[in-house]
Structure formats: structure tokens, C-alpha cells
Design a protein around this ligand. Structure first.
Ligand code: NAD
Length: 450
């Protein structure tokens, strides 16, 4: 595997795991397949106990996992602790699933009809670099709970926490072969999850371009697939809201994780009568955002993950009207200041494309219809926010915005116990929430003649 770099310092990390070859990937997939029958047949209560034990071991190593993510991905220590805690919480939540994976009994003539949720077999999970721990857990926790074995490929840039989590699974008592982490290239290991007939489902999170290739590849075997892809989400601010509160919270909705968040509200739509006040207050909020060494407890934003990502984000600023920026440390590391662009033309790349960095574009609108039309004028549909004091308007707009995860007067979008996923080219299927284990099963119908 290419050398890992600490995004904060630009220096090489000591740990650089080997990149798996095609043969390595095949061997691990075979092992996961061999392990499947025994894992499927573990009694529900015992599988639940093992997942709770896994959660407890993750909790005991929370600080270690968080520090590893600060080093490898440049996440702020506050965020990284939340992310490791999210792995624990997903495991605890889905540890309740094995005993609750009910089928139904459906009335029929001449017999009894029952349904079962059978696990699929080996599930392949492909993880991006932006949230290495949570995105891994959103796949493996419900997949394991439903009785599947898992092969998981972390992103090339950020494999360290996933490798450690697989070790912790063994420490907690999960049998060898149940949760397998295979660091390697997307074009080798990830692609093999798509083409290998023993991998029965692929859960992919990443770019829309690669997601489309994966969906097309899975079609060849009619392989189950869940896609969580890009976003260009809108934060819609109506003039009747508390403009000060909306402006104070807006930076956190887009600059969290240095904007490398598929749910980033990277377009802010502000009703024209409140526009000047909002932008003025936003400037104060952006200028006071604490962009610091991510290991510093006070840090609210760290560096970008790589030099390449910083260059790609920077390119969006060429020709854009930058209204103001916040601060960023000088010196080494892949830093960019949080940047606010004023847009008047919806064809500008910074308005249309997923920048995946600390850049937000602001635009004025006149009325509710225009706000909804602008919000929906994108190929994406992942998340969004609506700020208004009018509950009727909040619900009307929330129903009309074509996105899977909306929040009113807040920017929250991901809770492990509520469903998460995208409309349009933001994805296919849903993760998290009470139904996630079903996405890792086949529903089987059995009729018994009396
Ligand atoms: P990416 O699509 O290049 O890579 C994502 C993962 O897919 C990596 O593990 C990579 O190795 C693997 N991969 C690459 N090519 C592959 C192939 N041909 N076959 C199989 N696997 C392959 O994306 P990235 O640059 O790592 O992540 C950033 C992108 O991910 C952004 O566009 C962002 O919007 C998106 N993303 C979406 C969500 C979501 O939940 N919707 C979450 C995080 C990131």
C-alpha cells in the first residue's frame, strides 16, 4: 500500500499496511464464505451477546481509535471520539436485532404461510476515506446481526481504524472469519467484491462515478447493492426564522470534517429580505471558527485528507466570487480556510458540483416555490435543512425537497436509529434505522399444506 501521510503535518506515518492482491482478496472471501454457515447458526441470543461484547471492547478502546483517526485522517479529536462512539452505538443497537428478526404469518387457505429473513452469505462493504469508522459500522453492524459474514475494504488513504476494529472483534470473541478487513485498492479488492460470485451483496459508499460502475457490475450477477453517494445539499433559510441562530449554525453544517461530508449543506439559500443580515452574521461565525491542529481539544476544523483533495477543492475557487474566508494554520499539512462564495449563476461548478471541501456557496431567493426549485435543481438528493418559524411551511418544504434526510431548524441528519440514504444520484437503498438488518436478508416465503 502506498505510504500513509498524516494530513496535519504532511509527514509519513509509521504504519503502512500491505495492499491485498486479487489472490489475497479471493482467499479472504473464501474464508468468509466457509465461516458463514457456523455464524448463521449461532443462536440469536448468543449472536446478540457477541455483538454487545464487541461494542464493549470498542468502548474500552475508544480513545485509541479516536487518536488513530486524528493521525490518519486529520479529524478533530472531538469528531473522532464521536465516530468511535458511533461504532459502539451501532453495535449495541443492532445487537438487539438477532432475536427480533421476525418473519410474518400470513393467512392462506389449506395451510400455514410463514416468512423468514434469511442472511445473504458474504457481504462486501466498500468504505470511503471521509468517515472511515462510522461508514464501516453502518454496514457491518446490521450485516453481522442478520447472520452474514463480512469482507470490508477501507479506503486506501485511511485503513488504520478498520484494521484495528477487526482486531477488537476477535478480542471480543467474534469467531475468526466473521468480520474480515482487506486493505487494498478499489480497482483490485473493491472490484473483486463486485465480480466474486460468493459475495452476495455490495454496500458501497463513495463517489457517484464509482457507484455507477459498481451498480452496473453488480447487474451481471443480479447482486444486491446499496449505494451511498455524493450530495449537494441545501440549507434553506427563510426570513421569518431567527436569522442570527441560522447564521451561527450554518458553518458547522458545511465545514464539519473540513467539508468532506456527503451531507454537507454546501449551498445556502437565503430569502432576499434577510440576505444581507444573514451574510453579515455568517462572516462573523466563519471568522471565529477554530481551524486548528485536530489534536487540539478546541479544534472545530482540521486539514483536508490529502494534497490531492486540497488541490481538487482549490480548483473550484478559480473564477468563483469569494466573499470571505476564515483562518487556517500556515505551514505543513493539507489546510484550506473555510471559504464562502456568493453565487448568482446556478451553472457555476461551485454551485452545481460536490466540492467535498470547506467551501460553501450562498444565493438569494424570493419565495417558497423558488427555494424548493433551487434546492431540487441538482442531480443529488441526500440531505438538507430548513430554517423557518412557520411549522406549516417547514412541513410543506420538507415534503417537497427531494432528499432522503432533512432537518428543520437544525442540521442533524444521521442517527443510527433512523434511516439514512439518498434520492436521485445520491444513492440507492437505505442504511441505519430499525429496518437495516432486513437489507442484509432475503425474505423467504414458506407454505405448509395442512
Ligand atoms: P471513491 O468512490 O473513489 O472511493 C470510495 C471507495 O471505493 C474506496 O474504498 C475506493 O478504494 C473504492 N473504489 C474505488 N474504485 C473502485 C472500483 N472500481 N470498484 C470498487 N471499489 C472502488 O470515493 P472517495 O474519493 O474515497 O470518497 C469521496 C466521495 O465519496 C465523495 O464524492 C462523497 O460524496 C462520497 N461519499 C458519500 C457518502 C454517502 O453516504 N452518500 C459518504 C461518504 C462519501
Amino acid at each position: 500500500m502506498s505510504t500513509l501521510i498524516n494530513p496535519t503535518t504532511g509527514l509519513e506515518l509509521d504504519a503502512s499496511p500491505d495492499s491485498a492482491s486479487l489472490e489475497d482478496a479471493d482467499a479472504v472471501i473464501a474464508r468468509a464464505h466457509d465461516t458463514f454457515p457456523a455464524w448463521r447458526d449461532v443462536a440469536p441470543g448468543e449472536r446478540a451477546r457477541l455483538l454487545r461484547a464487541f461494542a464493549a471492547v470498542v468502548d474500552e478502546h475508544l480513545e485509541e481509535l479516536a487518536q488513530l483517526e486524528v493521525l490518519n485522517a486529520g479529524h478533530t479529536i472531538g469528531n473522532a471520539r464521536w465516530e468511535a462512539g458511533n461504532v459502539r452505538d451501532c453495535l449495541n443497537y443492532y445487537s438487539a436485532a438477532p432475536e427480533r428478526l421476525f418473519g410474518r404469518q400470513i393467512p392462506v387457505a389449506g395451510g400455514t404461510d410463514v416468512t423468514f429473513h434469511e442472511p445473504l452469505g458474504v457481504v462486501g462493504i466498500i468504505v470511503p476515506w471521509n468517515f472511515p469508522m462510522p461508514i464501516a459500522a453502518w454496514g457491518f453492524a446490521p450485516a453481522l446481526a442478520a447472520g452474514n459474514t463480512v469482507v470490508l475494504k477501507p479506503a486506501e488513504l485511511t485503513p488504520l481504524t478498520a484494521i484495528r476494529i477487526a482486531e477488537l472483534a476477535l478480542e471480543a470473541g467474534l469467531p475468526e472469519g466473521v468480520l474480515n478487513v482487506i486493505p487494498g485498492k478499489g480497482s483490485v479488492v473493491g472490484e473483486r467484491f463486485v465480480t466474486h460470485p460468493l459475495v452476495r451483496k455490495v454496500c458501497f459508499t463513495g463517489s457517484t462515478t464509482v457507484g455507477k460502475q459498481i451498480m452496473a457490475g453488480c447487474a451481471d450477477q443480479v447482486k444486491r447493492v446499496t449505494l451511498e453517494l455524493g450530495g449537494k445539499s441545501a440549507n434553506i433559510v427563510f426570513a421569518d426564522t431567527d436569522v442570527a441562530a441560522a447564521a451561527a449554525s450554518a458553518p458547522y453544517a458545511v465545514f464539519d470534517n473540513a467539508g468532506q461530508d456527503c451531507c454537507a449543506r454546501s449551498r445556502i439559500l437565503v430569502q432576499r429580505s434577510a440576505y444581507d443580515e444573514f451574510v453579515g452574521r455568517l462572516e462573523t461565525a466563519v471568522k471565529t471558527l477554530r481551524v486548528l491542529d485536530p489534536a487540539d481539544e478546541r479544534s472545530e476544523m482540521g486539514p483536508l485528507v490529502s494534497a490531492g483533495q486540497r488541490d481538487s477543492v482549490q480548483a473550484y475557487l478559480d473564477g468563483a466570487t469569494v466573499a470571505f474566508t476564515g483562518s487556517a494554520p500556515d505551514g505543513p499539512g493539507w489546510w484550506l480556510p473555510p471559504t464562502v462564495v456568493e453565487s448568482t449563476d446556478t451553472s457555476e461548478p461551485v454551485w452545481r458540483e460536490e466540492v467535498f471541501g470547506p467551501v460553501v456557496a450562498v444565493m438569494a431567493f424570493d419565495d417558497e416555490d423558488e427555494a424548493v426549485a433551487l434546492a431540487n435543481d441538482t442531480e443529488y438528493g441526500l440531505s438538507g435543512s430548513i430554517f423557518t418559524a412557520d411549522v406549516g411551511r417547514a412541513l410543506r418544504v420538507a415534503r417537497r425537497v427531494e432528499a432522503g434526510n432533512l432537518s428543520v431548524n437544525s442540521h442533524s441528519s444521521v442517527r443510527y436509529w433512523t434511516p439514512f440514504g439518498g434520492y436521485k444520484q445520491s444513492g440507492l437503498g437505505r442504511e441505519l434505522g430499525p429496518d437495516a438488518p432486513h437489507a442484509f436478508t432475503e425474505e423467504k416465503n414458506v407454505f405448509i399444506a395442512h
